[in-house]
Design a protein. Sequence first.
Length: 126
Amino acid sequence: MSVTILEALQNANFNLRHRTSIVVAQSQFHNAVTLLEKEYDLSDLVEPLLEKYGNVEDVPEKNIHKVDFKSILLGQEAICSDGLGRVIAFKNNYPPEWVQIETYADNKRCKWDPNNVELIDPRRRK
């Protein structure tokens, strides 16, 4: 049975408190913390990643900031190094790919590498 990163942390905590298996707890804790450092979420499953990559050190970073050109919308809000703004243009032919953002604060227009832009899901509600 596969556990989430949160469950791995809870299991490690239980094993440490009850001194059932310090070695297992250390492994669970190490795997969970390493995946969190690689930007995985608490709800991501641990075992499929370990099975696919062999060990936690070989699991690649989760690229949460990669722009998905299939779902990008003109006018969609985005965050770049210049601040919060809206997508006004993009190019998805390789190479080079870029996303142009116009910031709200100063109307600055800059083209960014997609890895340096975080799109805000227009369906997200607070």
